[in-house]
Ligand binder design. Structure first.
Ligand code: IPM
Ligand code: MG
Length: 357
């Protein structure tokens, strides 16, 4: 039988619980569509700091590189918050993005039909729903630019640098154009070209590439305006392509519009088909170990894995359909509404797996 090798980083907080249910669902999808998985566990984040003294042990990078793709729960927690920057769990996340060349971060923000009431935005603005894809550059810009401390006029100062090269912009812009082509045909490139030189180069580069995609309608927006437009009229957006830091901020905003951070998946892609898949929510240490976390964002990330890395679109669609189905009758605490059966992490995972089989 066709076997896929998945590196699995359970991580911290609720990470292990939600990954467990996702594996249950992946196995169910494999059983139905004729493939199976070998899972290769590895450590990153707080648990890696506890065991190996660093947030990203070299062995983890090796295991991930040898796998077809990576499934990640979540990392981080208060326990490690006082460590110096390079030893924090977040450094593991940035390190693995760089080590695996995961330059394209796809963050779909959409409203699942049964959860329409959950958005904090007025229903007349949401209309028939919302389906935005944020394409965030993930291995460049201010996250990875030169940084340091210095003295300015005798006072302590610190700096971080935003720098983008043309090839870096080109490769992420192409992901944006291709994505728009497969979806609604609209791409909005978000920058701060009225102020930043790096944004002016970004815009020039995107404009040049547009000639290769005559079927895509390209627009531009300054990031401050985009933050406003996402709340004023989110349905105007199809695909947004933007830098690492703007994408970090706008994808959180876009996800909140959908009303349920516990539902949103993400893919971080390298060249070729390799990717790392994780929910966009964090490790939620406050509810860890209680069996009440919502596993659906991780389960939907696994659907993205099947779609983007393993080329198993039917299995991916089956997971999404199953999630929509179970949401009609049951809810975890974070998305609970009266009239539904309140379930925990395991029951939700089982229900999705059963709906697939
Ligand atoms: C995200 C997170 C990370 C980021 C943090 C945890 C380093 O906010 O994936 O959006 O800023 O990229
Ligand atoms: Mg973020």
């Amino acid at each position: 039988m066709k076997t896929y090798n998945l590196a699995v980083i359970r991580g911290d907080g609720i990470g292990p619980e939600i990954v467990e249910e996702t594996i249950r669902v992946l196995d169910a999808a494999g059983a139905r569509f004729g493939f199976r998985f070998d899972y290769h566990p590895c450590l990153m984040g707080g648990c890696a700091i506890d065991v190996a003294g660093v947030p990203l042990p070299p062995e983890t990078v090796e295991i991930c590189k040898a796998a077809d793709s990576v499934l990640l729960g979540a990392v981080g927690g208060e326990k490690w918050d006082t460590l110096p920057g390079h030893l924090r769990p977040e450094a593991g996340l940035l390190g693995i993005r760089a080590a695996l060349g995961l330059y394209a971060n796809l963050r779909p923000a959409r409203i699942f039909a049964p959860l329409k009431g959950a958005s904090p935005i007025k229903s007349e603005i949401i209309g028939e729903g919302l389906d935005i894809m944020v394409v965030r550059e993930l291995t460049g810009g201010i996250y990875f630019g030169e940084r340091g401390r210095k003295e300015v006029n005798g006072a302590a100062a610190a700096y971080d640098t935003e720098c983008y090269s043309v090839p870096e912009v080109e490769r992420i812009a192409r992901v944006g154009f291709e994505m728009a082509r497969k979806r609604g045909g609209k791409l909005c490139s978000v920058d701060k070209a009225n102020v930043l030189e790096s944004s002016r180069l970004w815009r020039e580069t995107v404009t040049r590439l547009a000639a290769d995609y005559p079927d895509v309608t390209l627009s531009y927006m300054y990031v401050d305006n985009c933050a406003m437009q996402l709340v004023r009229n989110p349905r105007q957006f199809d695909v947004i392509v933007t830098s690492n830091i703007f994408g970090d901020i706008l994808s959180d905003e876009a996800s909140m519009i959908s009303g349920s951070i516990g539902m949103l998946a993400s893919a971080s892609l390298a060249r070729g088909s390799f990717g790392l898949y994780e929910p966009i929510h964090g490790s939620a240490p406050d509810i860890a170990g209680q069996g009440i976390a919502n596993p659906l964002a991780t389960i939907l990330s696994a659907a993205m894995l099947l779609q983007y890395s393993l080329n198993e679109p039917a299995a991916a669609a089956a997971i999404e359909t199953a999630v929509n189905e179970v949401l009609k009758t049951m809810r975890t605490a974070d998305i609970f509404e009266p009239g539904y059966r309140k379930v925990g992490t395991t029951d939700m995972g089982r229900a999705v797996a059963d709906a697939i089989s």
